[in-house]
Write a protein that binds this ligand. Structure first.
Ligand SMILES: Nc1ncnc2c1ncn2[C@@H]1O[C@H](COP(=O)(O)OP(=O)(O)OP(=O)(O)O)[C@@H](O)[C@H]1O
Ligand SMILES: [Mg+2]
Length: 238
């Protein structure tokens, strides 16, 4: 029998549109979903289907026009910008396709930037250890490979000990093998460290390593697939 799952975040009837009249696009058209504690969730869909809009809404980076996003007893959609920024800082880790590290800072300084909210003085060392890059702490981003930069950006996201890690095309800028290493890293965060991770991707095969797959098209969720037997990231091929 399936274990009772604890809901970490619940989105209810989200709507978001861009443009007006004939040019109006519904990026989110009545989207509802739950994210469970400790799961690895993949959001799949073709370009323009609304994946990033959804992810950014769940992380408080974007505000839907209508709907509710409940997390820890609060509704993100009702928060003002200041409250939302503070919520995001404390609770959400973001990983982007394009690493977004600050070129003038070392890897360690980049990670330390987000560490102030965690309340753990050893957190920077801990997250470097988690992504296996302790020996690169003093390097600048330009002295690191793409895969290493992405691991640093994962470490940066983890340094605030977020409830939820949201990854938008985390392998998009990487070659096949390096992309796979990042997936193995993300999988380890869920399976070994009990984190909750959401991965947005175009790549259908990546869904096989996750506990659930949510498929999107034209701003709508078209399918939710439960994966009782996720494949190890190492053996996912695309
Ligand atoms: N700031 C914006 N202004 C106008 N339209 C936007 C804006 N952001 C998104 N859209 C539109 O909303 C729809 C959903 O976009 P979104 O970026 O969420 O798609 P996506 O699934 O992440 O696509 P991709 O895989 O290419 O990243 C698209 O039609 C897009 O053109
Ligand atoms: Mg996108």
């Amino acid at each position: 029998m399936k274990k009772e799952r604890e809901v970490l975040l619940e989105a209810d009837h989200l709507w978001k549109s861009y443009g007006k009249g004939a040019a109006k696009v519904d990026a989110l058209a009545d989207v509802s979903l739950k994210i469970y504690n400790g799961e690895l969730l993949t959001i799949l869909g073709s370009s323009g289907s609304g994946k990033s809009t959804l992810l950014n809404s769940l992380g408080g980076m974007d505000k839907p026009d209508k709907g509710m996003i409940c997390c820890g007893g609060v509704d993100l959609c009702q928060m003002n910008d200041r409250a939302l920024t503070s919520y995001r800082k404390k609770n959400i880790g973001f990983v982007f396709q394009s690493f977004n590290l600050i070129a003038e800072l070392t890897a360690k300084e980049n990670v330390a930037l987000t560490a102030d909210t965690s309340g753990d003085p050893g957190i920077v060392e801990k997250v470097f250890d988690m992504v296996g890059l302790t020996e690169k702490m003093k390097n600048y981003p330009s002295q690191l490979s793409g895969g290493q930069q992405q691991r640093i950006s994962i470490a940066r996201a983890l340094a605030k000990n977020p409830a939820l890690l949201l990854c938008d095309e985390p392998t998009g800028a990487l070659d096949y093998e390096t992309g796979k290493q990042i997936l193995v890293e993300l999988e380890k965060l869920v399976r070994t460290h009990g984190k909750t991770v959401v991965i947005v991707t175009h790549t259908q095969e990546i869904g096989k390593m996750s506990d659930r797959v949510i498929k999107m098209r034209n701003g709508k969720i078209t399918e939710v697939v439960e994966n009782d037997d996720p494949v190890p990231a190492e053996s996912v091929e695309w």
